[in-house]
Ligand binder design. Structure first.
Ligand SMILES: [Zn+2]
Length: 244
């Protein structure tokens, strides 16, 4: 499978960029994970919007869902232009009833509820989930195809359960929103050292850091992770194709 970072920022995007979002592709099937601010503009650099086959949402913070409305408008405009498409499934948990309801729009997109215990088949992918520790209910997710896996922490502070969830994964895409001096001071997020510890304890093959802060120098976060995890690690690069 191929993984392409679409956005790498937490909170809000830098100029001409997007908040944390990834495109996962296999056998011509395109799945977008999270759809926050700036994602729709960035995504069109890599695929036409109508080629999207599914969307999975980790949680309902604005930096993960802000562009869902624009995605829905793109579908309805195509429909009015005489280019109807089947409803686009948007998977998200339904513990937040109001936000889950917004995933469905005029038969252009349809919200599909997910539970932590689900093992879903989305296109060619088997997708499983793990609750994270975040101010709102949030699900980490693991995409598996042909014995290869990509695990995404979504937003979380340190959580022991993520170690087994990410065990031996080929690519761990971990949030690393905090500099070390902010460790323990900002609930719901991890510092680079914790992302590194997760990668090390889970025995992952590669580590990619995302949901980065806009202030400071994120290479410090990478260094903090690499001080703990000895495998290959890098800051996610928008548009770079990671073959898994
Ligand atoms: Zn969040």
């Amino acid at each position: 499978m191929k993984v392409i970072p679409i956005g790498i920022w937490g909170g809000y995007p830098k100029a001409n960029s997007a908040t944390s979002s990834f495109l996962i592709e296999h056998d011509g099937f395109h799945c977008l994970v999270d759809c926050g601010s700036g994602v729709l503009a960035s995504l069109q650099n890599y695929i036409p919007l109508e080629k999207l086959d599914a969307v999975v949402i980790s949680h309902y913070h604005a930096d993960h869902i802000a562009d869902i409305g624009s995605l829905q408008f793109s579908r309805i405009i195509n429909y009015y232009l005489g280019k109807p498409a089947p409803p686009l499934p948007i998977y998200g948990h339904d513990q937040d009833v109001e936000n889950f309801a917004k995933l469905s729009y005029k038969e252009q997109t349809v919200g599909v509820p997910i539970q932590e215990t689900d093992v879903l088949h989305i296109g060619p992918f088997e997708v499983s989930f793990c609750e994270t520790t975040h101010p709102v209910y949030c699900l980490a997710m693991k995409f598996t195809v042909d014995g290869r896996s990509v695990t995404m922490t979504a937003d979380t502070e340190w959580r022991d359960e993520l170690v087994e969830f990410a065990r031996d994964t080929d690519l761990l895409i971990s949030e690393a929103n905090l500099y070390e001096e902010h460790l323990g001071k900002s609930p719901g997020h991890m510092a680079g050292s914790e992302a590194g510890r997760l990668a090390k304890m889970a025995g992952v093959k590669n580590l990619l850091l995302t949901h980065l802060p806009l202030h400071g120098d994120p290479t410090e976060i990478l260094h903090a992770a690499s001080n703990v995890y000895e495998g290959p690690a890098e800051l996610a690069v928008v548009g770079k194709v990671y073959e898994v």
